[in-house]
Write a protein that binds this ligand. Structure first.
Ligand SMILES: [Zn+2]
Length: 258
């Protein structure tokens, strides 16, 4: 295996029975660095024994690195489809939440440290990782893109969650009986009814979405009632004053005329 290569290399790998030929301009150190930054256990394995890779494995190392470093077509002028999901994590992080994970149908979504990507793992499938058995990594979501490795079902779940994170979390809570944010079983009757724990909902910046609305509606009604009372008070006052004036004037007139 050559030590440093910056020229274009051509590789062939077999992906699910299909022969794929691709070119790589990455140097070994670039490949190694990219592999180390990837979450999949396959990439981690390749990185761990990088100097002892077979030809086939070496081709795969390049395949993974090339796939991972390909410039992604990102249109920054478009509002991100997944913004609401990232915002929820940002709100929770800002409020000091320690475990940033949201649970949706069959998957767990967790942001990376700088909140530029969300890692999606399976709730049911496990894989062998560096620290033993861990939830199987399925793919990632960036602000602009969703990983094509994610199955259609998972992609749809994420899209639904990104459209309306609170409702997706509530749906999950009602179906699974556990809070989408912390994974704890919902025991409080009000939380069961809502499908989410109040502290978690507040942490993720969602409290206002339903309770504030109700509170605002309530205070608007109260203000209206007070206004009406005020108006009737003014009318009553003016009327009484007019009546009193009339009464006093009349009695004076009566007194004078006596
Ligand atoms: Zn919770």
């Amino acid at each position: 295996m050559p030590a440093t290569i910056t020229a274009t290399q051509t590789f062939t790998v077999t992906v699910k029975g299909e022969v794929v030929t691709f070119t790589s301009t990455l140097s070994d150190s670039q490949v190694l660095q990219t592999l180390r930054g990837m979450r999949s256990s396959f990439a981690q394995d390749l990185a761990a024994k990088f100097n002892r890779l077979s030809e086939k494995q070496y081709a795969w190392a390049h395949k993974l690195a090339v796939y991972n470093t390909q410039p992604q077509k990102v249109d920054n002028t478009q509002p991100s489809e997944f913004e609401a999901l990232f915002n929820a994590f940002e709100a929770a992080k800002a409020k000091g939440a320690k475990r940033l994970t949201l649970r949706f149908e069959g998957i767990n979504v967790k942001p990376n440290r700088d909140l530029t990507a969300l890692w999606v793992t399976s709730q049911t499938e496990k894989e062998q990782g560096n620290y033993g058995l861990q939830p199987k990594y399925l793919g990632k979501v960036t602000r602009q893109q969703i990983d094509s490795r994610l199955s259609d079902d998972v992609q749809q779940t994420i899209m639904l969650a990104a459209n309306d994170p609170l409702n997706a979390a509530i749906r999950y809570g009602k179906v699974s009986g556990e809070c989408s944010c912390c994974g704890r079983e919902l025991t409080d009757p009000q939380s069961i009814e809502r499908g989410i724990g109040p502290i978690c909902a507040t942490k993720f910046g969602w409290w206002c979405n339903w309770d504030c609305r109700r509170w605002l509606a309530l205070s608007a009604c109260t203000s209206l009632i007070y206004c009406l009372i005020d108006v009737s008070c003014i009318i009553i006052c003016v009327n009484s004053w007019l009546f009193m004036r009339e009464f006093v004037t009349n009695s004076w007139i009566r007194e004078l005329s006596v």
